[in-house]
Design a binder for this molecule. Structure first.
Ligand code: URA
Length: 432
């Protein structure tokens, strides 16, 4: 078998066999296929697509390129996955809720890259919190408290790790078969049986068009079900950041506010939806009952107590979190509206980049972000604003970063004399 022939076939829109896909994944992971040929194949897939069968086979090959975690000793394993966004803190809310309702949340999460945040960076803003545990510690904690979140292990879908890094620099990220197989290979290797996917659309997501996001969601659900897993998806808006606080320690603070029911905004709405769907499919109860149980977990304070127990179990300082005393960067700047009008539109990716400029994100994988940096948005889409009114407050440990970040933020929030006629739906579609 020759990689040249496989590229040539896909270049001419022909379907690849399971053997050809396996050959490519195995030989590329071993280093026997050079990056230029792998990137040519990725580009051909971007341009010509893949059938459901090819997509399933690509996921299967990548999933089996490394360890497959065995969670069969745990009851009701459940996981949620977001395709990534800005101010997207739902994992911090959904996981403790589910742990109070008898589900086993044994979760591997990622770090932020580019304009998107990552759960592991957020958790590491809590002093002492350990995101790297042995397999024994991981399983023991899930059995004891129903919940553990760690960083992805080195050998989880290594083929995807290598391919993702290549796609990132060859403009081959935004392809439905490549995104679907990349995400599902990791989720399936991580061993959970019940999965809800939060597929984002809008200016802060990989895919801006909601109907394309639905296609991605359908593809991932189909792959998961072909693998015998219980998978559902929700397509939700990233036309504006989900939470109002963006940055690592700031998002932990916002999570405590939501878990204490002090904040009942969009992030709570999406979290309740995701948790309810996952509870419903995992325990086989109807959606109405699942919503009631999830809201009760929040309103009774059980989910918040579980959140603090979880922090403590992983070595974090839960007292500091409870008191709202996490470290926030010292240098601040209020960003003011430059004219009267309405918040008409936003470039959510740009808002995420403003947070990165402040130090909260990384532009290359090796960079260590400033976990205390970020921004708080004081306005939402459709809000009326007056010239001079604060639209956001910026936080950075480096004062020279404040002005460039404020320029980026101002360029990302469009103020118009017209009120937007409609707002993008927060929950666009559910795929049950
Ligand atoms: N997240 C992933 O893990 N892979 C992709 O291809 C896109 C987002």
């Amino acid at each position: 078998m020759r990689i040249y022939d496989i590229i040539h076939k896909k270049r001419h829109s022909q379907s690849l066999s399971k053997e050809e896909i396996d050959f490519f994944v195995k030989e590329y992971t071993k280093g026997n296929i050079p990056d230029y040929q792998a990137s040519a194949l990725c580009m051909a897939i971007c341009c010509n697509g893949m059938t459901d069968e090819e997509c399933f086979n690509l996921t299967d090959s990548m999933m089996h390129s490394g360890d497959i975690i065995d969670l069969s000793s745990l009851p009701y394993t459940a996981d949620k996955h977001s395709t990534g966004g800005v101010g997207d803190l739902t994992s911090l809310i959904v996981t403790p809720i589910l742990a109070t309702l008898g589900l086993s949340v044994a979760k591997m999460s990622g770090r932020g890259l580019g304009h998107t945040g990552g759960t592991i960076d957020k958790l590491e803003s809590i002093p002492g919190f350990r995101t790297s545990l042995s397999a024994e510690e991981f399983m023991e904690q899930v059995k004891r408290i129903g919940l553990c979140v760690i960083g992805q292990t080195e050998n989880l879908a290594p083929a995807d790790k290598k391919l993702y890094a290549l796609r990132d620099v060859t403009a081959t990220i935004d392809s439905i078969p490549l995104i679907a197989s990349s995400i599902m290979s990791k989720k399936l290797a991580a061993g959970t049986h019940n999965i809800v996917l939060d597929v984002k659309y809008g200016s802060g997501a990989f895919i801006s068009d909601p109907d394309e996001a639905v296609k991605l969601a359908n593809t991932m659900v189909k792959i998961g079900r072909m693998m015998g897993k219980n998978v559902c998806a929700v397509v939700t808006s990233m036309a504006y950041p989900l939470g109002r606080k963006i940055g690592n320690s700031l998002e932990i603070i916002e999570a405590t506010e939501i878990l204490r029911c002090e904040d009942r905004g969009d992030a709570r709405t999406v979290s309740v939806e995701l948790a309810s769907i996952l509870l419903s499919i995992t325990k086989g109860i109807d959606m109405e009952e699942a919503v009631r149980l999830v809201n009760d977990s929040l309103d009774s304070g059980k989910a918040y107590r579980k959140f603090l127990e979880w922090i403590e179990a992983q070595g974090g300082d839960s007292v500091l979190v409870d008191k709202g005393e996490l470290c926030i960067a010292d240098f601040t700047l209020e960003v003011e509206a430059e004219k009267d009008g309405y918040i008409y539109n936003a470039d959510t990716e740009g808002i995420g980049m403003a947070s990165c400029i402040l130090g909260a994100g990384r532009t290359v994988k090796e960079e260590q972000p400033d976990l205390s940096a970020g921004l708080i948005l004081n306005v939402s889409l459709g809000d009326k604003v007056k010239k001079g009114q604060s639209i956001a407050k910026l936080f950075s440990s480096s004062p020279e970063k404040l002005i460039p970040a404020s320029e980026k933020l101002k360029a990302s929030i469009m103020i118009s004399e017209h009120r937007p006629e409609t707002l993008p739906p927060l929950i666009y579609k559910k795929i049950f």
